[in-house]
Write a new protein. Structure first.
Length: 341
């Protein structure tokens, strides 16, 4: 702790800290750390996992184009980063993000912390979106209008999550938004960009991991009930109440494993995907925590308080996603294809 407080960490260690908890280590903030914090790069692995699922399912497709896969993969990461920048911008503009709101408590808020000006945040979001648009144009040139449909659908839902006038998060639709984006749009979009086809079973294969992403968001919104409810931000946990929201989040964790088995059963996933069942021991901690109300005080050295359920569900999602990728990689190497594809 002394070295950390003294600001003596190496640059790679500072980058790892920003990627781990979404906040800079004490001391000077270098440009890369600043960018990692501004874009909330700590949660980008969820998007990387969705893209990798699509790529591994496309490994043996005769029309797979790996240059296009790489472009699509980078494209969804940029889209997620741009969405994070825009969310902070929109929530600041409508007055939701304040110094007392969780967004500014668990990590530095880009504008409120002084890391960047509002104009700078606008320019950063614009730059990332323009770069993403260029990638989309290349993919459309090679794969046609369906790529534009995936991209525009993702952009609309991502922007509408917090942007007026829809503000889907405020209307209890943010969780459904995430299910669609991290499932059919991301996995389906990357698969189509890679292969030029989009079988219905690919959309089924995308659902289990999307449910885990929704579980993380549910955890975050449960954590923020006491702030969101007075502001009229009617997330699903606000509408359900904490107790029912915790039960629903538990159900999402169960549905991931059931969805995994269903995906294998209908031929949307190869049987080695069941390696992800190895994440079951990791579900214990979030499952136990979700059985009780959020504690009044954080445990010692808990880095992202007042978030509590969100980081616990995120850690399980990271483990389950990694094991799912391992199973798909084993299937790809062994030549075991999903029977229905």
């Amino acid at each position: 702790m002394t070295d950390l407080a003294a600001g003596s960490l190496s640059l790679p260690a500072r980058w790892r800290a920003a990627l781990r908890i979404g906040s800079p280590a004490p001391g000077p903030v270098d440009p890369i750390t600043r960018w990692l914090v501004l874009t909330r790069a700590s949660v980008l692995p969820m998007t990387a996992t969705a893209g990798a699922i699509a790529g591994l399912l496309a490994v043996h497709h005769p029309q797979a184009n790996w240059a296009l896969f790489a472009l699509a993969f980078v494209g969804i990461l940029l889209a997620h980063a741009a969405n994070n920048l825009m969310n902070d911008l929109y929530d600041s503009d409508v007055g939701l993000d304040t110094a007392a709101y969780p967004r500014a408590l668990y990590a530095p808020h880009p504008i409120l912390s002084g890391m960047i000006t509002r104009r700078g945040l606008v320019m950063a979001a614009l730059a990332v979106n323009v770069l993403d648009l260029a990638i989309g144009a290349v993919l459309v040139a090679y794969r046609g209008w369906p790529v534009a449909a995936f991209a525009l659908g993702g952009f609309f839902l991502s922007a509408a999550y917090t942007a007026p006038p829809l503000r889907l998060k405020k209307r209890g639709l943010g969780e459904l938004d995430v299910a669609i984006v991290w499932g059919p749009l991301m996995v389906g979009g990357v698969y189509y960009s890679t292969t030029g086809e989009i079988p219905a079973l690919i959309l089924i294969a995308s659902i289990p991991y999307a449910l885990l992403c929704v579980a993380v968001l549910m955890g975050k919104h449960i954590d923020k009930i006491e702030w969101d409810e007075p502001e009229g931000v009617n997330t699903v946990p606000v509408l359900l109440g904490e107790s029912m929201a915790r039960a629903f989040t538990r159900a999402l964790l169960v549905m991931f494993y059931l969805g995994l088995a269903f995906g294998v059963g209908v031929g949307a996933l190869p049987w080695p995907a069941l390696i992800a069942l190895g994440a079951l021991p990791a579900v214990g901690r979030p499952w136990k925590a979700l059985g009780y109300p959020k504690p009044k005080e954080p445990p010692p050295r808990f880095p992202v308080w007042p978030l509590w359920f969100a980081p616990l569900t995120f850690l399980h999602t990271r483990r389950a996603g990694a094991l799912l990728l391992l199973g798909l990689a084993v299937a790809a190497v062994a030549g075991i294809e999903p029977p229905g594809l």
